[in-house]
Design a protein around this ligand. Structure first.
Ligand code: ADP
Ligand code: MG
Length: 697
């Protein structure tokens, strides 16, 4: 049934065929419904007027009524500029244009009265606004205050004079026509309980707010709705899964007791114990575990994984661990084999470079249950890899693997799906994890093993390079090893490598007697591993690299991490890189090198790095600086297309939305209750557009 909201946008008064085509191409807006869902990302406060004498530099924007008293075109380098003197009865200021000079020179009239709006800045004691919005005064724009919604736009649209004002006026027209068609999407009980305004008011208050109060109500309501449906979908996914998939019950603890009594190399931290308990509870529950274990670099996830594997093995099953690279797989293998040997458990490694003859033996061992633990890369996913009874899978460094690969691991036990534990070394704030991985339960190892020396992190300017080199020389003389990392400049691989090779050469010149390694993304995996291994064995003292060394690599003797062009790295990436040092007994250092000119955001990133080592804290700042869209692992999730909620700010709303989604699903999973009818109806509607809904309902 075609509804009012399916009406093509060109039929809206003032739009027409040409603009409709532009809206489709540039913003993907085809229908009335899609236009209404084109939310403004901020609003300009036009409710207040300011006097020129009231201006201050920290004002975000000011709105002033006054007269133009002089117009002067100043020729200069390039196109020159237009300088306009603007007065009210409290003083004068300047308006500046560097673009569209000819247009404004013609449009502006001395002595005419205008309303202007823009950000004031102070220069030589005189306030000015560059490229202000400017309109002749009318009875409307000088009295009735309003909030101007600002919409996402493109350059093409602006060129055709489609701006926020115009879109705002279309919204008003559309809202007036659609009043009786907008149906509620949330249960009445929720609206009352949390004092949320009805959907139709929320849309009106968002697109055409009369005052700040309306705007606040609109935001609260629409954010709630967005997060509620986000959580409803994720929870429904996980309920379907929990309902559908039983899990093997593992509760024998003979092996674990032996390991604890005889072999445990250190006392577990409180956080490790807590997470192990959470995992055990899952494994005894009779349902398949799907758990995300978050923990900072060095928080000790490996042993947690191993102890969980023992649980499965004690129950007669096998365990596997999948890592994103060969070198990481190799590292895990070395660690886990050590533990495995203590208990007489056969542990094997399977990667792309495992020899054919060895492979055959391993495959055989997996089929007949002689191999208890297998570590590997993607090679584990191949069909020839068959288990006697796979009971537990650990996936390291989650964000390199997609959901699809997780599912392929499930299929390794057709009889009864293995328990899944996903480990990530980039902790992300719980709010984000909940929305991203809402189908996983979350555990956090938020405590470091005792006795670890904090890494000394400092910021140095490029101009201090000589003293940094001296420091490197001293550390090498003490027997330490050094990482020097160069950024990836994604736009240009060539530039990238040039950057790296230039750096390599200058280091060669500065340290002619020191053996160096170089590793970058363009090298063959084999050559990369060869160089990495030379460094690991201590044959080379300095490793010059791009970010390929970011994840998981462990060289305890490397105690200095130097990050060149640190301003080019994201915060979590800097933190990841720093995590490569501080693994041995020696004092470790991280040196962030930058030029003198730093943006505010960069300063914040550097300052955060220098002041804290806590990955959870760092990811919080990262989320605030960048927004969730850019954070590790969010791109491929596809779950994060939030239009109005902001995960860095709306944690509280998210929590309430999640609780309510959970409660409703528990009581009325099919939304049969009359109060939940709006939900049923809304899902029916969005199902066609959003495949992830149709899969579960
Ligand atoms: P990550 O979480 O980064 O994978 P690892 O599991 O590699 O961390 O552990 C880092 C180091 O800390 C390893 O050398 C490990 O043996 C050690 N470790 C882990 N847990 C503890 C603990 N409770 N006490 C002391 N050392 C520990
Ligand atoms: Mg690890």
């Amino acid at each position: 049934m075609a509804s009012f909201f399916d009406t093509k946008i060109e039929y809206l008064k003032g739009v027409g065929a040409q603009r409709a085509e532009l809206l489709q191409k540039e913003l993907g807006i085809f229908t009335y419904g899609e236009l209404l869902e084109h939310y403004p990302f901020r609003h300009e406060d036009r409710t207040q007027f300011h006097k020129i004498s009231q201006l201050s530099e920290d004002m975000f924007a000011a709105q002033i009524i006054g007269r133009v008293t002089s117009i002067e075109k100043i020729e200069g380098k390039g196109k020159g500029r237009l300088v306009v003197t603007f007065r009210d009865n409290s003083g004068y200021m300047e308006l500046l244009w560097f673009q569209s000079i000819a247009y404004f020179e013609k449009y502006l009239k001395v002595n005419a009265e205008y309303v202007i709006y823009g950000k004031p800045s102070l220069f030589g004691g005189v306030f000015s606004i560059t490229h202000p919005e400017i309109e002749l005064t009318t009875s409307k724009n000088t009295t009735a205050g309003y909030f101007q919604p600002i919409y996402p736009l493109t350059e093409k649209l602006r060129k055709k004079y489609i701006d926020s004002k115009l879109i705002g006026s279309w919204m008003k027209t559309l809202l007036d026509q659609s009043d009786s068609y907008i149906s509620e999407t949330l249960p009445h009980s929720i609206l009352t309980k949390y004092k949320l305004v009805a959907k139709k008011y929320a849309l009106r208050y968002l697109h055409a707010p009369q005052n700040i109060n309306e705007l606040t109500h609109a935001h609260r309501r629409l954010k709630f709705e967005e997060l509620f449906y986000n959580q409803l979908r994720l929870l429904k996914l996980s309920l379907v899964r929990k309902h559908d998939y039983e899990g093997q019950i593992f509760q024998k603890t003979t092996l674990i007791t032996e390991f604890y009594k005889e072999h445990l190399p250190f006392d577990l931290t409180g956080a490790q114990k807590r997470v192990i308990r959470e995992i055990f509870t899952d494994m005894k529950s009779g349902k398949q575990m799907n758990r995300l274990v978050q923990g900072d670099v060095g928080s000790g996830k490996t042993i947690v994984a191993f102890i969980s594997m023992l649980m499965a093995i004690d129950g007669g099953a096998q365990a596997c661990m999948m890592a994103p690279t060969e070198i990481l797989a190799q590292q895990h293998y070395t660690n886990l084999k050590k533990f495995g040997d203590m208990l007489g458990l056969r542990v094997e490694l399977l990667t792309g470079s495992t020899k054919k003859s060895e492979r055959v033996v391993i495959h055989e061992g997996l089929r007949n249950n002689e191999v208890k633990i297998i570590i590997g890369t993607h090679a584990l996913l191949e069909d020839v890899v068959q288990f006697y009874n796979l009971g537990m899978c650990v996936i390291d460094e989650q964000h390199r693997f997609g959901v699809a690969q997780r599912a392929r691991l499930w299929e390794k036990n057709k009889h009864i799906h293995p328990h899944i534990m996903v480990m990530t070394a980039t902790p992300i704030p719980r709010t984000l994890a909940m929305t991203l991985f809402g189908d996983l339960d979350i555990s956090e190892i938020d405590e470091m093993p005792p006795g670890r020396k904090p890494i000394k992190t400092v910021h140095r300017y490029d101009a201090n390079r000589l003293s940094v080199f001296q420091f490197i020389r001293d550390e090498i003389a003490f027997g330490r090893q050094i990482y020097i990392v160069y950024p990836l400049i994604e736009e240009s691989e060539k530039l990238d490598l040039k950057n790296l090779f230039d750096g390599y050469e200058s280091i060669q010149r500065a340290f002619p007697e020191v053996p160096l390694s170089i590793v970058h993304g363009k090298m063959k995996a084999k050559d990369k591993d060869f160089e990495m291994n030379r460094f690991k064995k201590g044959e080379t003292k300095i490793l010059v690299a791009t970010t390929v060394i970011e994840v998981g690599v462990d060289v305890p003797n490397a105690s200095v991490m130097i990050i060149e062009n640190a301003e080019r790295f994201g915060l979590s990436q800097l933190h990841q890189l720093r995590g490569r040092v501080g693994r041995g007994a020696e004092q470790s250092y991280c040196i962030l090198m930058t030029g003198y000119k730093l943006s505010k955001d960069t300063q914040k990133r550097i300052e955060t790095m220098v002041t804290t080592e806590n990955g959870f804290e760092i990811s919080k700042v990262d989320l605030q600086l960048r927004g969730p869209g850019d954070m590790a692992g969010t791109q491929q999730s596809g779950l994060l297309d939030l239009k109005i909620a902001n995960l860095a700010k709306d944690e509280e709303i998210l929590k309430i939305a999640r609780e309510n989604a959970f409660e409703i699903l528990g009581k009325d999973p099919e939304f049969e209750h009359p109060d939940n009818f709006p939900i049923k109806q809304h899902i029916e509607k969005i199902k066609n557009k959003d495949l992830s809904w149709s899969r579960i309902s």
